[in-house]
Design a protein around this ligand. Structure first.
Ligand code: FAD
Length: 403
């Protein structure tokens, strides 16, 4: 079909980098593009560039399993993720682009009485912060997904925590929507432009060295996900972050089977079904540190075992493809949106394997910090010094759960 369409107008410009900008955002993933969009649109700032070493959306924003939700427990997290959920709910109208945001509902299964208590506590915390949450009993879960392994299971399903407003969004379209919106507000989106160094004098950043020359900036915001440690090393920083691969899996197309998102509470496995019919699923990270955007067989076996334990019918589906992305795993599973010791240099990262759902709020809060030098009210806990002060935001099984 594409052969019949020639002469399409690109939806964003392809400008050459200018000598300097007021704001340079490093990284053209979901977070970098959202930051530039909100910086221009909501905070009315001008002379903004996004520098991307490859192509826009080629990183984790286009590699994730597309799950969005705000089912967190801790005070440091839940208001932020609920803010993000509210932004998801208005995003397509805001940037006038179909991102296929689908609030199809997510259930987190529990398999013990203690886990039910924990799920109830989490659900209450969500409701207190204005989110939606319900506890489903075993029969309600069975009515939704009768093919799950209820009867002969090593970990019997006792019920689930459900968030009906959770669901999925088309990940590439999120990047494209923010990119087009940022471009329309005058942001220069510069692809094939790798940041290779930082020019810092007397404790202040003057700009960045790139594969396309020096680009001056009053303020530099870094949002490079799995490359966080490498890029911030240019400023002499060593981050509380390790890089690991996370893999994703898609089966052949099947008839409609799963209309929401299911996460297994007794192992690393979660699954949804794409609009094309493929089962989209994943599990744990590969255990070793790596910058390779592909994983290895032991995790594939582990994910297959989780899938078989939860829904044995998956054993009849053929796997179509797998891929991997590099995660910047912070030491408590929660992100960092903060200033640095270098005047004018700001950092956004440590999203582990859960940063897609955070994309709108991450962009908004980072833009807020860049424009005002104050943290947004929902992101005050995401500071570097929490590791110094012992103020970790450790969700125990939710922040560090893939998806
Ligand atoms: P990216 O898209 O990776 O953007 C960073 C960009 O920085 C890249 O484009 C990169 O090329 C660029 N860059 C790096 N170095 C430089 C440099 N030196 N100069 C210029 N540019 C540079 N999260 C969820 O919430 N739900 C999910 O279901 C989910 N599933 C996942 C499944 C998988 C398999 C993976 C890999 C991730 C998943 N995640 C999920 C996590 C989520 O994708 C990430 O946390 C999030 O996308 C990271 O932010 P980003 O979009 O800005 O990253």
């Amino acid at each position: 079909a594409l052969t019949g369409h020639r002469g399409w107008t690109p939806v964003w410009r392809d400008p050459a980098p200018q000598a300097s900008y007021d704001y340079v955002i490093v990284g053209g993933g979901g977070h970098g593009l959202a930051t530039a969009y909100y910086l221009a649109k909501e905070f009315r700032q001008a002379r903004i560039a996004v520098l991307e070493k490859g192509y826009l959306g080629g990183g984790n924003v286009g590699r994730n399993t597309t799950i969005i939700r705000s089912n967190y427990l801790l005070d440091g997290n839940e208001p932020f993720y609920e803010f993000s959920m509210k932004l998801w709910e208005g995003m397509e109208q805001d940037f006038n682009y179909n991102a296929m945001v689908s609030q199809r509902g997510i259930i987190n299964l529990f398999h013990t009485d203690a886990a039910r208590d924990a799920a109830t506590r989490r659900g209450n915390a969500m409701i207190l912060h204005g989110a939606d949450a319900e506890i489903l009993d075993r029969d309600q879960v069975r009515a939704m997904y009768p093919f799950l392994n209820f009867d002969n299971a090593r970990f019997p399903i006792k019920g689930a925590l459900m968030q009906r407003r959770g669901g999925t969004a088309r990940h590439d379209a999120v990047a494209w929507g923010y990119a087009r919106g940022a471009d329309m507000h005058g942001v220069d989106l510069i692809q094939n432009c790798e940041v290779t160094g930082m020019r810092i004098e007397n404790g202040r950043i003057l700009g960045v060295e790139t594969s396309r020359g020096f680009v001056g900036a009053k303020k530099v915001g870094v949002a490079v996900a799995g490359s966080s440690s490498r890029v911030m090393a240019h400023a002499g920083m060593r981050l509380p972050i390790e890089s690991h691969v996370l893999q994703a899996f898609v089966s052949e197309g099947l008839k409609p089977l799963i209309d929401g998102v299911i996460t297994f509470g007794a192992g690393h496995f979660y699954v949804s079904q794409s609009d094309k019919g493929g089962l989209v699923f994943g599990g744990d990270i590969d255990g070793y540190n790596s910058y390779a955007q592909r994983g290895n067989l032991p995790v594939i076996e582990d994910v297959a075992e989780g899938g078989m334990a939860l829904m044995p019918i998956i054993g009849r589906a053929r796997l179509l493809r797998t891929w991997g992305g590099v995660m910047d795993m912070s030491m408590d599973g929660s992100p960092i949106i903060d200033r640095t010791h270098v005047e004018g240099l700001y950092f956004n990262g440590g999203w582990c394997y859960g940063g897609f759902k955070a994309t709108p709020a991450s962009g908004w809060c980072f833009a807020h910090l860049l424009a005002t030098d104050r943290p947004h009210e929902t992101a005050t806990a995401y500071r570097f010094d929490r590791f110094l002060k012992g103020l970790a935001i450790d969700e125990k099984g939710q922040g560090p759960t893939p998806n």
